[in-house]
Design a protein around this ligand. Sequence first.
Ligand code: ADP
Ligand code: ZN
Length: 613
Amino acid sequence: MDAARDLLRRRFGYDDFRLNQAAIIEALLAGRDVLALMPTGGGKSLCYQIPALLREGTGIVVSPLIALMQDQVDALRQLGIRAAFLNSTQDADTRRAVETALRRGELDLLYLAPERLLAESTLRLLDDVPLALFAIDEAHCVSQWGHDFRPEYRQLSLLHERYPQVPRIALTATADARTRAEIVEQLALEAAAVFVNSFDRPNIRYLLSEGGNARERLWRFLEREHPEDAGIVYCLSRKKVEDVARWLQTKGRTALPYHAGLPEAVRAEHQARFLREEGVIIVATIAFGMGIDKPDVRFVAHLNLPKSIEAYYQETGRAGRDGLPADAWLAYGLQDVITLRQMTQDSDADERYKKIIHHKLEAMLGLCELTTCRRQALLAYFGEVRDAPCGNCDNCLEPPETWEATEAARKALSCVYRTGQRFGVNYLIDVLTGKDDERIRRFGHDRLQVHGLGRELNGSEWRSVFRQLIARGYLRVDVDGHGALQLTEACRPLLRGEQTLQLRRLKKASRKPKSVREKIAAGDLRPEDEPLFDRLRALRARLAREQNVPPYIIFHDNTLVAMARHRPTGETELLQLPGVGEAKLDRYGRAFLDAIAAAIAPSQGELPADDTY
Ligand code: ADP
Ligand code: ZN
């Protein structure tokens, strides 16, 4: 372990191991198999990178997304680590060169897609070389219960049979108890040491809101909180992705669409710009994001309801991997629930599977409608008990108002019943608010007692009532009946007057919480450090452009914050800062020290002019 600590300091530039990193590394160094569950940004990669460097032979990393291998390998090479990848994007010559390097023992780490690894020719190649370990990343892909099943992952159990002496580590950031059990079973990890970390991401602030006009609200949120930040906006459909991206562009933001319908080259370009430029917003379907390890994504926004809490957790998990404050913002409406139900219903999955999907959606909706701490509920979903509310979610920061809604709920339910459980929410609201039109008259509903009985609430307030009644299981959406609402058994006590009901009041836009930038300022970065921080960012951007790599591969924001704050004057001091190891010191130490010296030179008084960089 001393050697591991030494590597951590000298290569990676970090002082201490985090979470279970040390214990995991120790187990692998002792030749044990490991199952590691860590939240996104927890530092999973170090858990296998360090043992791969310390054990004899090459570490083989199995990862499902080939699009990111280039960046991962670039980042390792910046640290002076001999890494390469093999996948279908390479030509035969490049592949041969990598294979030769592997045979000669010149690789510390080799990244492979599962199908490439499982090819007999690759296995034969691996038979001949010493192997330090197998790391199976995104291990939840092995589970049918999980949300991202990949059949080829199932065959990875053969690694255990073919290379029993080589320790394996399976890693994932999302796995409830059932998925976890399936990983163990499918990958034959019964004897593995299991490390489960808290799933909490304390730096992410959860903000979930209901109701109409989601786009405008998104814009106000971006303007107020993230005027210059990079982030991801998720939408359900390709068309909406295109619309929202265009709309953000007209507002002056760099917003790029990403969905499976775009040509591969366009997608690759947009992803590359997101990684390499600063302040880019990606507007995407869920086709985007798996394995994106850009550390400085400051917000993830959902303009539609995600399918499950797992999906929500994973998608929002892409925010704030660097540990700095980040936002998970979500707006949802009744239409989302109906659309998602419809999509499940129309899919050709079997009934059991549809039921699972249905339950997952219910749980997600439950999280949205909650009036207590979101984080507590989110963690509870993953089996984690947290005693106190978090203080960093919307419900904690601004406890929602509730109102006595028993009477309103009864009116709504009775309207559903009297109109024959055949109508969708818009029609029901028209009846309740006493609209008098041709359709209502044709059905004779203008003569019902409930007609006009609900004039005390307006249309959006009624929508909120209906949505909450669905979320709480009093009403169900009949998907085959085009979104008609129907009563469930749960209604009875309410209708009989044996139960009362408190509902959440529609939120009005208010409050002005601190922006991330202000928060950084309040913490480590003093206002007087900001000009230097901006200079250092500009220098980083230039160095990144020269090498065609993302800026964060050079240094993360927190490293630049530390530089601006502590203003090191020599190499020894610079090495003390987080994220500065020997390889990076060699490459960039001089440039950054010069920039800092120029900024604090007493003779100069002023920062150098912009064109210095
Ligand atoms: P994930 O678990 O999401 O794969 P990564 O391995 O990408 O996370 O690590 C997230 C970030 O945390 C990276 O920027 C990494 O360099 C940093 N990190 C990992 N371990 C440590 C540590 N012990 N101290 C400080 N930073 C660390
Ligand atoms: Zn909370």
